[in-house]
Design a protein around this ligand. Structure first.
Ligand code: HAS
Length: 568
């Protein structure tokens, strides 16, 4: 694997647009994280209303999920992709394409934010029916997605040009990682576009009265699970490309890393029915097939666990470690000048439990116990809320610093953030998971009678797990406040370097990279298998979902009765 060490000077327009791409979602995150924290307080009965701002439970939960899981991740994916393409391909972005892409994403976000803030879109980040939003929510979300597609389309000519100019070299690993992330994203947002354009928007505009819920949900989960790998792959790019170097060593195997990205391309999509095990209407065989493929998509993460651990061991040995586990203590856990190490290591430690609980979810029988319980919230906070979120926090600040030339201020505080967050998460998520195993639902606004000792529904065990989760939530909130403080100090600092000098540290590989003749240096065969698997796994379930009569009226969870929601 070739390494690039020189800085890359980002063009002035792209520099401004990239600042918007990293800073806007971090600003919105203040609202998103706050609403997560108040959820934990509300569930424990510490506050009576779900939000100090007086919003409804589902309204706050929608803001929390949409900002944290959709807006932040999409903006970061595009910003990091833009950085990776410019840095490794040594080419500027097309200015018009960049402007259009960031503009559409920003406008879409603002359009979707209005109905969410007005309580006209309490549909959660999963937004499938019978929950119904104002049309502006769907239109805004569509613009956000289209903007991210445009960024992706703009990278393709740059990659092709690089390949023409570098015959005999496989594309840089980071480029492959971001390319696979966006191919997965593009492919999985097509069924979402079908659902939104042909079902949800006409329904919310009142052109049709009822909607086929199983079909809408199937199209949503066709998108919804690959989505999580769109979130995860930029994190894996950092673990493979940047972390080994920052930790003081080399990547153990570039070919293994390439295989991981290609396996995700093949296996990320045909697994969505594992979110629908409990739903009727699908023959068991198809749920079983999706279960099998879900175990398949865990394999690239297992390969990652071993490859990243081997790379870290190599780094520890380079730093003088001896013995079987001596490398662990030699890693620069607390080096304030290498914050990406702290953000990565904390994330990896979280992902051990986050990933393993995914395997529990994937098991058809175990899923019957934990589906729709707090266990699921425990799982996804240790995945998207763990490694993914921490890499987004760590790198957003770093990119902002490079794009503005301002040094990161409060470096010691900065590296405290991931460890504090991990501590809070290791309290919050297991409490949610245990609560889930005790039958506690993942969401609730039904009066919380389990908190009331005089109620026949009183559940002391749920009270205890909710309190522990609130303690974890408070620690996570504190970590985020420190992070915001570091951002404010950085923004206030005067620039010390020229603005827009991009630098992404890049590890060499211990094992030589693949030759261009290798199947691992080609995309087409993997794409062909991916398409085949999607057709095989989704053909029958989609037909089975379409058999269901279209008969469901909308439902508003925060406000179930008003006439605006139930069309007469
Ligand atoms: Fe998941 C539900 C199965 C991974 C996110 N998942 C969700 C939801 C979200 C989510 C958001 O099968 C909720 C959706 C909703 O709102 O309803 N998930 C899996 C499986 C995996 C998995 C099998 N999920 C993720 C990732 C996510 C994510 C990644 C976000 C980024 N998930 C499910 C299922 C459901 C589900 C069911 C539906 C449940 C239901 O009933 O509703 C796998 O990909 C996980 C594989 C990962 C591993 C871990 C590898 C470990 C690593 C760390 C190594 C550590 C090192 C440390 C090297 C096997 C890489 C070294 C040591 C030092 C000392 C430094």
């Amino acid at each position: 694997m070739s390494t690039v060490r020189a800085n890359f000077q980002v063009a002035p327009l792209s520099r401004v647009l990239m600042i918007v791409e990293v800073a806007l979602p971090i600003l919105l995150l203040v609202l998103g994280i706050y609403h997560g924290f108040v959820q934990t307080l509300y569930r424990a009965g510490i506050i009576q209303s779900s939000s100090f701002a007086g919003l409804g439970y589902y309204q706050g939960l929608t803001l929390h999920g949409v900002i944290n899981a959709v807006v932040l991740t999409t903006f970061f994916g595009v910003a990091f992709g833009n950085a990776v393409m410019q840095y490794y391909l040594r080419q500027p972005l097309f200015p018009t394409v960049h402007l259009l892409s960031t503009g559409l994403m920003g406008i879409g976000t603002l359009i979707a934010a209005v109905p969410m803030l007005l309580g006209l879109a309490d549909v959660l980040y999963t937004f499938y029916p019978p929950l119904k939003a104002h049309p502006a929510f769907y239109i805004g979300a569509t613009l956000l997605v289209v903007g991210s597609w445009i960024a992706f389309f703009g990278w393709i000519p740059l990659i092709r040009r690089w390949m023409r100019e570098h015959p005999g070299q496989p594309i840089p690993l980071a480029v492959l990682g971001m390319l696979t992330a966006f191919i997965i994203w593009f492919a999985c947002t097509i069924p979402l576009a079908i659902e939104v354009l042909f079902m949800l928007i006409p329904w919310s505009l009142g052109w049709i009265d009822t909607i086929n819920i199983p079909l809408a949900r199937t199209l949503f989960w066709f998108f919804g699970h690959p989505l999580v790998y769109f979130w995860l792959l930029p994190t894996y790019v950092v673990y493979y490309v940047m972390l080994p170097k920052e930790a003081g060593g080399k990547l153990y195997s570039a070919p293994a890393a390439r295989l991981v990205f290609l396996l995700f391309l093949v296996l990320s999509i045909p697994v969505g029915l594992h979110h629908q095990y409990t739903e009727p209407g699908f023959e068991r065989f198809w749920k079983g097939l999706h279960a099998l493929l879900t175990f398949g998509v865990a394999i690239p993460s297992f390969i990652t666990a071993f490859t990243v651990a081997a790379s870290l061991e190599h780094a520890g040995v380079q730093r003088g470690a001896t013995g079987l586990f001596g490398w662990i203590w030699k890693l620069p856990w607390f080096d304030a000048n290498r914050p990406i190490v702290a953000y990565s290591l904390a994330g990896l430690l979280i992902f051990i439990l986050g990933g393993l609980t995914g395997l529990v979810n994937a098991s058809y029988n175990l899923n019957q116990t934990i589906h729709n319980t707090g266990f699921i919230s425990g799982h996804f906070h240790m995945t998207v809320g763990g490694p993914v979120f921490l890499i987004i926090l760590g790198l957003s600040l770093e990119l902002f610093s490079q794009l503005t030339g301002k040094p990161v201020r409060g470096r010691g505080w900065n590296i405290a953030v991931p460890y504090l967050w991990a501590l809070g998460l290791y309290i919050f998520s297991p409490a949610m998971m245990i609560g889930g195993l005790l039958g506690q639902p993942r969401r609730t606004n039904m009066g919380l009678s389990y908190l009331d000792p005089s109620s026949p529904h009183f559940r002391l065990d749920w009270v205890v797990t909710s309190y522990i989760a609130a303690i974890g939530g408070a620690i996570m909130f504190l970590a985020f406040l420190i992070y915001v403080g570091v951002w404010i100090a950085t923004i206030a600092a005067p620039a010390e370097k020229p603005a827009g000098l991009l630098y992404l540290s890049t590890a060499e590989s211990l094992h030589s990279d693949v030759p261009t003749t290798s199947i691992m240096a080609k995309l087409r065969p993997w794409l062909a298998i991916a398409v085949l698997l999607i057709i095989v796994s989704y053909w029958a379930p989609l037909r089975q979902a379409m058999r269901t009569p279209e008969n469901a009226p909308p439902y508003a969870p925060d406000n179930p009765t008003p006439a605006i929601q139930v069309k007469k």
